[in-house]
Design a protein around this ligand. Sequence first.
Ligand code: 6RS
Length: 114
Amino acid sequence: CYKIAQISKDDNSQLAVCRVLLAELEAHKDAWPFLTPVNHKVILGYRKVIKRPMDFSTIRRKLNNNLYFSLETFMGDVNLVFDNCEKFNEDDSEIGRAGHNMRKFFDELLQLKK
Ligand SMILES: Cc1ncccc1N[C@@H](C)c1ccc2c(c1)OCCCO2
């Protein structure tokens, strides 16, 4: 029984780290392009180019619905946000630069939390 309790405790502490990381991403000044899903009716071509859309509000909903099993699966979705951004936006654009800034910020956060 102790072993089972031990595994679930680690998952809980990992999920607590995910909550803190997401809150810090959402609060960043350059988070604005990533706070809500991209509306493909407004952003022409987005649905065709980006096969797996992801944004911070979707990550927040998945976290609240217990859909992340580890820090790794959470990181996968955060990096998907930045990879989609790089694919669709020029590096030398407002949104492109915001994506690069946010990815650098996230990588630095992970160094602190490890
Ligand atoms: C992450 C991303 N990649 C490519 C395109 C858009 C986005 N983000 C969305 C939320 C967005 C950002 C800026 C926008 C916008 C929508 O509405 C059209 C008017 C201009 O302002």
